[in-house]
Design a protein around this ligand. Structure first.
Ligand code: B12
Length: 205
């Protein structure tokens, strides 16, 4: 059988779900499966860019990803326990991608953090209000579109304008985010995957 990344890249719904079930039965780590699925989504993105795939393919791949995560998640939430800190997370204004954000939120919860998810396409005020009201020391901004970088920058500036920038660390993530984006937005750091998100929370939350 083809590997999970290839199957999702080929938009083979049933085959992906069967392969995920099989891998879980065989004892494969949930995080490892998420990485394989993410790899496949990267290929979907490349094919979309190359105009081999179109919007319905993106939508279908996202559906399959979500169904696969629904199979994987119960294996991840087993040891969610006491709180190690609060993290506000969300996808910034203009961007509705939330698959990665949701995985990060789940992983943080599984590692003992309280996660307040403000949702997708959220203006700066949503993050500021939630951080103020909860007293969270860490805010995570997710975004996959290039236009999200400006929203991230604006959100971070809003924390500054509200006098909260010294008491809250702000980290960013999402497909194209890198060190250059961190500099551009004024964030405190970034994470490539859920494991890095957990490390950031351990450091800052
Ligand atoms: C699935 C998908 C969609 C789905 C999203 C469904 C959903 N509910 O999220 C749908 C179909 C809705 C969609 C819509 C669009 N999409 Co789209 N989409 C994708 C695709 C194929 C996969 C994204 C994904 O889920 N990846 C898997 C997850 C697990 O990875 P991830 O998000 O990167 O998250 C991981 C890390 O980045 C990190 N992380 C994420 N967030 C955070 C936050 C913090 C704080 C930390 C520390 C870490 C972290 O951990 C995560 C877990 O491992 C990408 C291609 C790609 N290469 O990413 C294109 C892509 C992102 N989309 C793209 C485009 C253009 C669009 C549309 C504009 C298309 C259109 N013409 O309408 C719209 C945008 C609508 C909008 N306003 O947001 C482009 C963006 C190009 C650009 N430079 O701006 C991409 C790159 C495709 C491409 N190559 O052209 N899309």
């Amino acid at each position: 059988m083809a590997d999970i990344a290839t199957l999702i890249a080929e938009i083979q719904e049933q085959e992906v779900l069967d392969a995920v079930r099989e891998a879980l039965e065989a004892g494969t780590e949930p995080v490892e499966l998420l990485e394989q699925l993410r790899g496949g989504m990267g290929v979907v993105g490349e094919r979309f860019e190359a105009k081999e795939y179109f919007l319905p393919d993106l939508i279908m791949s996202a559906e399959i990803f979500k169904e696969a995560v629904a199979l994987i998640e119960p294996r991840m939430t087993a040891d969610c326990s006491s709180s190690r800190g609060t993290v506000v997370i969300g996808t910034v204004k203009g961007d509705i991608h939330d698959i990665g954000k949701n995985i990060v939120a789940t992983m943080l919860r599984c590692n003992g953090f309280d996660v307040l998810d403000v949702g997708v396409d959220q203006p700066a005020a949503a993050f500021v209000d939630k951080a103020r009201e909860s007293g969270a020391k860490l805010v995570g901004l997710s975004g996959l579109l290039t236009v999200a970088f400006d929203s991230m920058k604006e959100t971070i500036e809003a924390f500054e304008a509200e006098g909260l920038r010294d008491s809250v660390k702000i980290v960013i993530g999402g497909g194209p985010v890198n060190e250059t984006v961190v500099k551009y937005t004024g964030a405190d750091g970034w994470g490539r995957d859920p494991a890095e998100a957990v490390r950031l929370a351990e450091q800052y939350a």
